[in-house]
Ligand binder design. Structure first.
Ligand SMILES: NC(=O)c1ccc[n+]([C@@H]2O[C@H](COP(=O)([O-])OP(=O)(O)OC[C@H]3O[C@@H](n4cnc5c(N)ncnc54)[C@H](O)[C@@H]3O)[C@@H](O)[C@H]2O)c1
Length: 311
């Protein structure tokens, strides 16, 4: 790819299957201040007419972002999306395995707690699974946690950093308020209210939109942030940390969201320190989320293992 002075990522373009170095967005424009040495351009597809079109779109790509699928309607959980989105993620990841097996894969499609394990199994079946390059995008949980804490504590948003661990649905979303930077003190009531609000923020948006979709603008912002972090890492920046739902040995679950260090080859390290010295509230919440997260992971694995994917 050609060198570029700065990068503009466009999210939500309606154009199909073309390379769009300076595309015309109808959605959000995220102007990166980072000077990338090696990256420019974006390919975007909002619909796929045939397999060859998808293959052409994926060839030569370093980072694939998968937001395809149905969003929730009021009253639905993310797990209710499983039946449709599992197949969509299976097919798209199969195409990634065939056309750009070395790419970073960002999975946004819900239920992330299941779609990431599905992607892992499909990549294994294709013989190209690299756990360091498969990411469930949980950035929006961090964006929400930072925003709500900044509002509550009258802090500048740019200064606030709250790690969010676990998974990406309901009680599996666990903001570690005790690890907030800069250090902030919370009453027990504030911890309960903030935790529940962060866990239910997606549902809040789904209900406010009353059937017209889920969080799109904030998700686009979060996706752009995670893509920029990935590009910075691929570009050689040695100081890239994000929370993400990845294959993990930090707990007894095979996948777990935590802060990770991202480098040129993907996840360079899982950061265990956030999970050390948890408050009693957080420790209990961590134990409480494990059965649900385990079940979602196993559901994804079981789905993928029933598929026949040509090697
Ligand atoms: N990870 C997160 O934090 C997060 C946040 C918000 C939404 N989501 C999820 O992202 C997904 C999309 O939500 P949305 O609100 O953008 O929905 P949307 O309906 O606005 O957009 C979905 C897009 O997927 C495309 N699509 C549908 N089926 C496809 C297929 N088989 N192949 C390729 N593309 C296909 C549609 O054309 C559409 O452009 C949902 O699963 C939603 O739950 C995740």
């Amino acid at each position: 790819m050609a060198a570029s002075a700065a990068a503009t990522f466009t999210i939500g373009t309606a154009q199909t299957g073309r390379s769009l170095p300076q595309s015309n967005p109808f959605g959000l424009k995220f102007n990166s201040l980072v000077n990338f040495k090696t990256f420019s351009g974006l390919k975007a597809m909002s619909s796929i007419r045939c397999a060859s079109e998808l293959a052409n779109c994926l060839k030569g790509v370093d980072v694939v972002v998968i937001p395809a699928g149905v969003p929730r309607k009021p009253g639905m959980t993310r797990d209710d999306l499983f039946n449709i989105n599992a197949g969509i993620v299976r097919d798209l990841v199969t195409a990634v395995a065939d056309n750009c097996p070395g790419a970073f894969i960002h999975i946004i499609s819900n239920p992330v707690n299941s779609t990431v394990p599905i992607a892992a199994e499909i990549l294994k079946q294709k013989g190209v699974y690299d756990p360091k390059k498969l990411f469930g995008v949980t950035t929006l949980d961090v964006v929400r946690a930072n925003t709500f804490v900044a509002q509550k504590k009258n802090l500048r948003l740019i200064d606030v950093d709250v790690p969010v661990v676990g998974g990406h649905a309901g009680i599996t979303i666990l903001p570690l308020l005790s690890k907030t930077r800069p250090t902030a003190n919370f009453t027990d009531e504030e911890i309960e209210a903030l935790t529940v609000r962060i866990q239910n923020a997606g549902t809040e948006v789904v209900e406010a939109k009353a059937g017209a979709g889920s969080a799109t603008l904030s998700m686009a912002y979060a996706a752009a942030r995670f893509v920029e972090s990935s590009l910075r890492a691929l570009d050689g920046d040695a100081d890239v940390y994000e929370c993400s739902f990845v294959e993990s040995d930090l707990t007894d679950l095979p996948f777990f969201a935590s802060r990770v260090k991202i480098g040129r080859k993907g996840v360079e390290a899982l950061i265990p320190t956030d999970l050390q010295g948890l408050s009693e509230y957080e420790q209990k919440a961590l134990e409480a989320l494990k059965p649900e997260l385990k079940a979602s992971i196993e559901k994804g694995i079981a789905f993928a293992q029933k598929q026949t994917v040509s090697a």
